[in-house]
Write a protein that binds this ligand. Structure first.
Ligand SMILES: [Zn+2]
Length: 255
């Protein structure tokens, strides 16, 4: 991927986050790892729905700007902590998925294994301690959890997802909000039972067999050791990188 392609991909992901109400106004931030000490990230104070490739900033591993006109995103330390903890991942998204945030406000965890498809793809979504947004506190509260899984809720604030590329991170963000939305509706309709431990174990086998990458959080009920992560499989023949390149090509081919 060239740097220009990555810039275009970030802008496309920004438009989708904005259009799907996952990042309103100037909320949210997106980054990709360009190299060992170089990160391409969204600027602070700009709507993620209206970015152009040249608006993006390159920052170093300490969050200091290397190039670009605007200011580095206020959540850069949270992104850098995620990259430090997850050398297997190349993209980080922070957004404000409204229903998922509402679960953290109500003190209801999204870490329980309820929806099989979510357990299969991202696992449970645990919630961090509260940290003041846009400060270094965010980077401290996220470390322990992002080490174990690809999607984390920031208490009273938002969500962070990591991906092998920026579209992978977007899809995980969409899944977090979709799971919250489904659960909310289900809870309005009646009681929502968890999957049994056996059912969850079977899902982890399928997950491994299909080569789902990334790490999935096991909830307390399903794991003998709290926070134990399930094994991730060997990547399938169609890699997420291929999906990424195909998506970009399709976008480029648009009139
Ligand atoms: Zn935020």
């Amino acid at each position: 991927m060239t740097e220009l392609e990555l810039r275009k991909a970030i802008c496309e992901v920004g438009r989708r986050l904005y259009a799907k109400d996952l990042a309103v106004a100037t909320d949210g931030n997106i980054s990709v790892r360009l190299g060992p000490n170089r990160y391409l990230c969204t600027p602070s104070g700009v709507s993620k729905g209206f970015m152009a490739p040249n608006d993006l900033i390159i920052a170093d591993g300490k969050g200091v700007k290397i190039s670009g006109a605007g200011k580095v995103t206020s959540e850069i330390y949270t992104h850098l902590a995620a990259y430090e903890e997850r050398p297997d991942m190349n993209a980080v998204i922070h957004a404000h998925p409204p229903k998922a945030i509402a679960f953290t406000l109500a003190g209801i965890s999204l870490a329980e294994c309820i929806l099989p498809e979510v357990v299969y793809s991202i696992g449970g979504v645990p919630t961090t301690e509260y940290a003041t947004p846009a400060t270094r506190e965010g980077s401290e509260v996220i470390r322990g959890l992002i080490r174990q899984c690809d999607a984390v809720m920031l208490n009273r604030h938002g969500a962070v997802t990591v991906g092998v590329n920026v579209f992978d991170a977007l899809f995980k963000m969409e899944k977090v909000e979709h799971a919250a939305s489904t659960l909310l509706t289900a809870q309005l309709l009646g009681q929502v039972p968890r999957l049994t431990r056996d059912e969850v174990e079977k899902l982890y086998v399928v997950r491994k067999d299909y080569g789902v990458t990334g790490k999935a959080f096991k909830c307390e009920t399903c794991s003998s050791n709290t926070g134990q992560t399930c094994p991730s499989g060997t990547p399938p023949t169609t890699s997420l990188d291929q999906v990424f390149e195909e998506t970009l090509r399709a976008l480029e081919a648009r009139p």
